[in-house]
Design a protein around this ligand. Structure first.
Ligand SMILES: *[C@@H]1O[C@H](CO)[C@@H](O)[C@H](O)[C@H]1NC(C)=O
Ligand SMILES: *[C@@H]1O[C@H](CO)[C@@H](O)[C@H](O)[C@H]1NC(C)=O
Ligand SMILES: [Ca+2]
Length: 279
């Protein structure tokens, strides 16, 4: 029996092809043989190592291929649908953050502007409450007493009764002024516009050449420069040393050519001027 068994074993061993049929066969062979099969002791290890190495290699290759494929898909598929959605979401998140920040900035600016607005409103209210600066123009428009008309800091009175030229000046002086001294066309026009129209409505004003013929002076002693004489006047026609102006019914006549000379003893209405009293 042992021999037979031995022979069976031997037979198995003698057929190397069978030995490589499967790992199970090899294993059984190895176990049954014991220490007796010394030659075959190293063969199965080599085979196992080779197999494991191959397996490892395949696994490694699979790993490498998979990873390469994954990497490729990650880099090349960015424009494909799921990647695009991902990108959109990312930009959307970024947009939301940016918009939130912007909103906060705008809110801050708004509160600052509201503060400024309320300050300006307070300033306006204060300015409206104090009308004091407005009164600076008022003194120039100072009041003239009744029957006196204001122009450029002076008050003018047009008498409705006649006097000689000297009595007229006396009357004006008693009332705090003089016969009118007229230095500008504006003043002349203002006075002339106050006068009533009439056939030969004549009014004394503050000029004469009583002291030296044809040397006209104002009642305050200053010398006449220019003047608003009618053409051909003054002519000293009948020893005429006092000045008057007329406002006739003839509408074509003008204020700046309305002066004449006349005898000073004539009784005529007159024009007084005095400084406006600033209140
Ligand atoms: C959101 O982001 C996209 C891409 O960056 C940009 O074109 C768009 O103008 C942004 N929208 C807003 C409201 O900021
Ligand atoms: C107003 O009065 C001032 C001072 O008397 C004088 O210098 C000025 O010429 C006058 N203006 C007019 C338009 O009469
Ligand atoms: Ca004269």
């Amino acid at each position: 029996m042992p021999a037979n068994r031995e022979g069976m074993h031997n037979g198995l061993i003698d057929e190397p092809d069978d030995d490589y049929k499967s790992p199970e066969v090899r294993y059984s062979v190895f176990e049954n043989r014991g220490k007796s099969g010394h030659r075959f002791c190293q063969e199965p290890f080599k085979v196992a190592t080779a197999c494991l190495s191959a397996f490892c290699l395949i696994l490694l290759m699979i790993l490498v291929i998979t990873s390469v494929h994954n990497g490729k898909s990650r880099s090349s598929d960015q424009d494909s649908l799921p990647s695009a959605a991902e990108t959109q979401m990312q930009t959307g998140c970024a947009n939301v953050t940016a918009l939130t920040e912007e909103l906060q900035t705008v809110k801050k600016e708004k509160s600052e502007l509201e503060k400024e607005l309320s300050q300006l409103k307070d300033k306006i209210a204060k300015l409206e409450a104090t009308p004091a600066p407005q009164t600076s123009l008022a003194p120039m428009k100072s009041s003239c007493s009744e029957d006196w008309k204001h122009f450029n800091g002076s008050c003018y009175y047009i008498s409705s009764f006649g006097r000689t030229w000297s009595d007229s000046q006396r009357y004006c002086k008693r009332n705090g002024g003089n016969l009118a001294i007229i230095l500008t066309a504006e003043e002349q026009t203002f006075i002339w516009d106050l006068l009533p129209r009439g056939y030969w409505n004549a009014f004394w004003f503050g000029i004469s050449d009583e002291k030296v013929e044809d040397d006209w002076h104002w009642v305050d002693g200053t010398k006449l420069v220019g003047g608003f004489w009618e053409y051909g006047e003054p002519n000293n026609h009948r020893n005429e040393d006092c000045g008057y102006m007329i406002k006739t019914d003839v509408l074509s006549r003008v204020a700046i050519r309305s002066w004449y000379d006349a005898p000073c003893h004539m009784s005529l209405p007159f024009i007084c001027e005095k400084t406006a009293v600033s209140s």
